[in-house]
Write a protein that binds this ligand. Structure first.
Ligand code: ADP
Length: 479
């Protein structure tokens, strides 16, 4: 999200969220306006057609009534047909009466030219009802809504007549055309308005994302304490900002740990190097006997050994923390591995007057990194021997539990105060600075054990009681 390639792509159209939102908002709003105007246009044209249809039906019915009421009075009829003026909206209503042999009895003047009798559809003989009219074009390309119906003229022989009637649709077409052109304008204006509204909505919608990006881009190693402001964010971004803040919490914690770790390293290295420098300065102050030089070099070597040991441990931790760090698992017999540790530490245990023993089933096997296993359990045994006084016990026990291989190292030593138990796995953490400085521990032993367990996907637990002893349990998951 914050990578450089992402930024570049973000400026191109297909990647721009704002452009997409503008387009979609604009198009959907315009589609709605288009549908609404289309519906209005259709409704108006249907309404006009219906009105004409009703007008035709009513007028034919009144002509038929006139025929019935004025039998044989042709003049009246011709006058009525010729003078018939309609509503102002429909300028002309054209009427023609044909007798049984299709001869024109009466018609609106000029009708034969515009609308010959043969161009009308067949006459309706049933009772008139709306919806029977149809549309025809005159020779001069004007449209007419027409209806013809059978009628009865008692004064004529034979009395059967046909009434043909037409409404000029020009004014309807004019109305529709004017309305259509107004709608077209409305569409053009609404297209622009929809695009603008879409752009505005997209900009408003995208603003919190921009704010998040702005804050994120300001956060650097010196401002890792800054957090995204979550109040007022929409729910989707609220969660995202929460996740981002959690990530910052983790980063800040690692960063603080790293800073403390490097200052601890500097501190740990400074003391032995200063000791060495002072020792060399004192030795060089005057001429000395070869015996004295030998003693001096011997103590320097001890200090160098401590330094190289410390650097080894730090390197190990750095490698174990490397994200791609892997281990080489092999099938090992745990009893045999513990026996090797017993051989290694047995002598120093008996010299300190501590009973060291192991307990493990003969055939207990596990897939572990052998040297790391030796190192982890070795560190625990070293600690147990270091913090247990003469006459105490140290016991190493291995067993299989549900899904795990459990290896525990217990002692009857001085124990660890409960409030410090949670910190003993931290790097350079020592329970009693003055005492451990004498015994030489740098506070890295348990953090190395923790790293080894992490590499195996396992866990480590510690229980202790001051004055009674300590129990450290390693859980290696069975693979
Ligand atoms: P160190 O190398 O100083 O022993 P560790 O990381 O191994 O460092 O242990 C951290 C601290 O935990 C030690 O300083 C010590 O005080 C305490 N500790 C560890 N193991 C034991 C134990 N078996 N008994 C008592 N204290 C212990």
């Amino acid at each position: 999200m914050f990578s450089k390639t992402g930024d570049k792509e973000g400026k191109k159209w297909p990647g721009s969220l704002a452009a997409r939102m503008t387009l979609w908002y604009g198009l959907s709003a315009f589609a709605l306006v288009l549908m609404a105007t289309g519906f209005l246009y259709h409704a108006l044209s249907m309404g006009l057609a219906q009105e004409d249809d009703v007008l035709l039906t009513q007028n034919i019915q009144s002509v038929k009534a006139l025929l019935r009421e004025s039998p044989g009075e042709l003049e009246d009829l011709q006058q009525a047909v010729g003078d018939r003026e309609t509503s102002p909206r429909v300028p002309w209503l054209w009427t023609r009466i044909l007798d049984a042999s299709s001869r024109v009895v009466a018609e609106t003047p000029g009708m034969s030219k515009k609308l010959p009798a043969g161009s009308f559809p067949a006459a309706v003989s049933a009772a008139l009802s709306p919806g029977l009219s149809s549309v025809i074009d005159s020779p001069d390309r004007r449209s007419f809504r027409v209806l013809s119906a059978k009628g009865d003229w008692p004064g004529h022989s034979p009395p059967d007549v046909t009434v043909q009637m037409a409404i000029d649709m020009t004014s309807d077409e004019d109305i529709l055309e004017k309305f259509g052109s107004k709608l077209l304008w409305l569409l053009v204006v609404s297209l622009g308005a929809c695009a603008l509204a879409g752009y505005w909505i997209a900009q408003r919608g995208i603003r919190p994302v921009r704010e998040i990006a702005g804050t994120a881009s300001r956060i650097g190693s010196s401002t890792l304490h800054e957090r995204l402001e979550r109040s007022g964010l929409p729910s989707e971004l609220f969660d995202l900002a929460g996740t981002f803040n959690d990530m910052l919490d983790r980063l800040e914690a690692s960063f603080t740990r790293l800073t403390r770790f490097s200052s601890d390293i500097a501190h740990e290295l400074r003391t032995p190097i200063q000791n060495l420098r002072v020792a060399v300065e004192v030795a060089l102050r005057k001429e000395r006997e070869p015996e004295e030089y030998r003693d001096f070099l011997g103590s320097c070597l001890e200090e160098y050994q401590r330094l190289s040991n410390l650097i080894d441990r730090l390197l190990f931790l750095a490698r174990a923390e490397y994200p791609g760090a892997s281990i080489e698992r092999e099938k090992v017999n745990l009893k045999k591995e513990l026996e090797l540790l017993l051989d290694f530490y047995g002598l120093s245990a008996s010299e300190s007057g501590i009973a060291l023993d192991i307990e493990a089933p003969e055939d207990l096997r596990a897939e572990l990194d052998r040297s790391l296993f030796q190192r982890a359990v070795g560190n625990l045994v070293e600690n147990a021997l270091k913090y247990t006084s003469s006459g105490g016990n140290v016991r190493i026990k291995a067993s299989a539990t549900a899904g795990n291989i459990r290896v525990e190292v217990s002692d009857t030593g001085r124990g660890i105060p409960e409030d410090q138990l949670s910190r003993v796995f931290d790097r350079f953490y020592r329970v009693d600075e003055s005492r451990t400085a004498v015994s030489g521990g740098a506070g890295l032993g348990l953090s190395i054990v923790k790293s080894i367990m992490d590499l195996h996907g396992g866990t480590v637990e510690i229980q202790s009681k001051v004055g009674q002893g300590t129990l450290v349990v390693l859980f290696f998951p069975i693979v």
